[in-house]
Design a binder for this molecule. Structure first.
Ligand code: PGA
Length: 270
């Protein structure tokens, strides 16, 4: 992926607003949602903000067809991937399968997969590297539980997850990647981190990238905030210098709300 594509005309990192549709929408429903989103998105902000949608595997092909046919400037994303290219893995989907469909972004290590489906740090790391190998961009999720936060362990937890996920990844590739800071207690709960806390953790993550992978990687990597982002709180959550956009769950199911979040991200960078 060319770094230039991810820079706004001013040379700042181009914000990314990603809609994680989770286990919602049949492929027919997804077609309607993407068409409504296309109407709702103001093409103006899209010059400075990149938008991606992450349908379920069953809807990827349909959404990709609509995006292509109508030339909708929204990137196609997946919610997960396997780390092997092919083989005896019943039910899994491989990186080349997604790349061939035109998928550009792949969420890896979402807390729902880590916590509810037992995904390990090692698997997250393998998925991340497999995504890069196939020419796609990982959106690597990190985040602490409420207990870890109360115990003052937020930095330690998110830096541990980051270090393990990015182990062995070259600095030039780290520069093209996306990390999403998603405090687990804020996901789907209506509770958000304060803009100050979100900005601080994103800054801590960027500092760590700088220390371990160098200044260029730190300047290039995009760090998103996720966890109950909606059209009302997006502007303040995305205002921090180190917050390069949002990973949006619930509010991304409503095309009008999601478009408003994209517009808020554009305004935050203006
Ligand atoms: P939420 O989900 O916006 O519904 O909290 C965010 C996510 O899980 O990525």
């Amino acid at each position: 992926m060319s770094p230039a594509r991810d820079q706004s005309p001013q040379g700042r990192r181009r914000p990314l607003v990603s809609g994680n549709w989770k286990m919602n929408f049949t492929h027919l429903e997804a077609i309607q949602v993407i068409q409504k989103l296309s109407y709702a998105l103001d093409r103006g902000p899209l010059a400075t903000v990149e938008v991606s949608v992450h349908p379920a595997f069953t809807a990827l092909r349909s959404v990709q067809t609509v995006l292509d046919a109508d030339e909708i400037p929204v990137a196609l994303g997946a919610q997960d991937v396997h780390w092997e290219d092919k083989g005896p893995w019943t039910g899994e989907v491989s990186p080349p399968m997604l790349a061939k469909l035109g998928v550009r972004y792949v969420i890896v290590g979402h807390s729902e997969r880590r916590q509810r489906l037992g995904e390990t740090d090692e698997q997250v790391s393998m998925k991340l590297r497999a995504t890069l190998r196939a020419g796609m961009t990982p959106i690597c999720c990190v985040g602490e539980t409420a207990e870890q936060r109360d115990a003052g362990e937020t930095d330690q937890v998110v830096l541990g997850q980051l270090g393990s996920a990015l182990e062995g990844v070259a600095p030039a590739e780290v520069a093209t990647m996306v990390v999403a800071y998603e405090p687990i207690w804020a996901i789907g709960t209506g509770r958000t981190a304060t803009p100050g806390d979100a900005g601080q953790v994103c800054a801590t993550l960027r500092r760590e990238v700088g220390e371990r992978w160098g200044a260029e990687a730190a300047a290039g990597i995009r760090i998103l905030y996720g966890g109950s982002v909606d059209e009302r709180n997006a502007a303040s959550l995305l205002a921090g210098d180190d917050v390069d956009g949002a990973l949006v769950g619930g509010a991304s199911l409503d095309p009008v709300a999601f478009a408003a979040i994209a517009a808020a991200a554009a305004a935050a960078t203006a």
